[in-house]
Design a protein around this ligand. Structure first.
Ligand SMILES: Cc1cc2nc3c(=O)[nH]c(=O)nc-3n(C[C@H](O)[C@H](O)[C@H](O)COP(=O)(O)OP(=O)(O)OC[C@H]3O[C@@H](n4cnc5c(N)ncnc54)[C@H](O)[C@@H]3O)c2cc1C
Length: 384
């Protein structure tokens, strides 16, 4: 078990209580109705959840990365769909933290602190893993940009009030012409397209965003023209551990439910011997290893060390652990598992897909493995 500070333990406990009161009681019903729930957001506002990633100077709580991961694990424990809603808002904020000016941060964080949510629009039809293949354009006209294109599978898209949208300011330059923008809801020409029906995380909202001659002020550009891919990749480095944290929460929940069921059902039965015990032990080993991998990544980030490879490892390993542990839990519980624990298994699958599939993460990790380590003096200078 990772060593946490007294403050982190208190925050974890508060997050647990929030989840027990506001998320667990509604999670199954929202999964059935595929409903996004504003009441959870209202409760989140009261508990200041949205403020955890916002810097103090903008009115937020400014939790470090490890503390955020601790809270995200609890959200994943309660419901990975609601967790995804809350995490996707932080994802969009990360781009603003990375590239935004003081004025842009003030503007972007204000609605978030008021319990509204943000959304991050990178993926397009034919441009998922190959994010540089997007076709949405943002052409400068005087002191405005005019956006045209379609984004797909965008979390929170139907409910967000602020968006970070990636579009080509120089279409001929391909991914080198990609730029990042703040787009506010309600701009003429900005509409919501198809709402996707999903295998899992059904209470999260996933939609198409349609941009048709959407005018935004030039000062909505995040960073400089052509820096979009850099902003997107840095954002995803920062945000992937959030998926790892939701995954650890999901896996822990499946393990807890399974252990409860085993205790209640199999105690005293002769087939409830080591086969079951060893399976539960293997699940526990995986969950703890996943949590440690995640916490190590967050500690590197908090120490200002490079963490790109570790972020990819954490996302991949924790997502795979969630898939494995939830599947084993269903198997151990037989028909009861199939009828009562299916949500955890369904919710786990997306962890291996969004924010860069686990195959793409393995490409990132193998590239790091194949890159020679810097000489000790250079490494020390770079703070590695
Ligand atoms: C519920 C949900 C929520 C989402 N939320 C958001 C969001 O908020 N914002 C956003 O921008 N996007 C979002 N996405 C999109 C998501 O990030 C992409 O779907 C994901 O990156 C994969 O892209 P793709 O679906 O186009 O798959 P593809 O890129 O078509 O990949 C298909 C398969 O090919 C493999 N593959 C592709 N390229 C390679 C390669 N070079 N080497 C090896 N294998 C490869 C993939 O790993 C995968 O197995 C969301 C998607 C879903 C389903």
């Amino acid at each position: 078990m990772s060593i946490l500070t007294a403050e982190q333990i208190a925050i974890k406990q508060a997050a647990k209580e929030f989840v027990a009161k506001n998320i667990i009681p509604v999670a199954d019903a929202l999964d059935k109705t595929c409903e996004f729930h504003p009441k959870v957001l209202a409760a989140a506002k009261e508990s200041k959840i949205f403020a955890m990633a916002v810097p103090k100077e903008y009115g937020g709580l400014d939790y470090d990365a490890l503390t955020q991961a601790i809270v995200l694990e609890e959200w994943g424990y309660g419901c990975a769909g609601i967790g995804t809603t809350l995490a996707a808002s932080i994802l969009s904020m990360d781009s603003v933290l990375i590239a935004g000016t003081h004025e842009q941060k003030l503007r972007y964080f204000k609605p978030i602190l008021n319990s509204e949510i943000g959304s991050f629009g990178l993926t397009e039809p034919g441009a998922g893993s190959d994010a540089g293949a997007g076709k949405t354009t943002a052409i400068k006209q005087g002191d405005e940009y005019v956006l045209n294109g379609t984004k797909c599978w965008i979390t929170n898209g139907g409910y967000a009030s602020v968006y970070v949208i990636f579009a080509l300011t120089d279409p001929a330059a391909g991914m080198k012409g990609l730029s990042a923008f703040i787009v506010e809801r309600g701009r003429p020409g900005f509409t919501i397209g198809t709402v996707d029906h999903k295998l899992g995380i059904r209470s999260s909202n996933t939609v198409e965003l349609l941009l048709k001659d959407v005018h935004i002020p030039a000062n909505n550009l995040l960073g400089k023209e052509g820096e979009g891919m850099k902003v997107a990749m840095k954002t995803l480095d920062m945000a992937r551990p959030a998926i790892a944290a939701l995954s650890v929460g999901l896996a822990q929940r499946a393990l807890d439910e399974c252990a409860k069921h085993v205790l209640a059902t199999f105690t005293g039965k002769n087939y409830a011997g080591q086969t079951l015990q060893f399976k539960l032990a293997d699940m526990q080993i995986l969950v703890e290893a996943a949590r440690e991998t995640l916490h190590n990544t967050m500690r590197l980030r908090d120490a200002g060390k490079p963490f790109s490879k570790e972020s990819a490892i954490a996302k991949t390993f924790c997502a795979d652990v969630a898939m494995q542990v939830t599947t084993t839990a269903v198997s151990l519980m037989g028909s009861y598992g199939y009828t009562h624990l299916g949500k955890y298994m369904r919710d786990s699958k997306i962890m291996q897909i969004y924010e860069g599939t686990n195959q793409i993460q393995r490409l990132v990790i193998s590239r790091a493995v194949l890159t020679p380590a810097p000489a000790p003096a250079a490494a020390q200078k770079a703070g590695i």
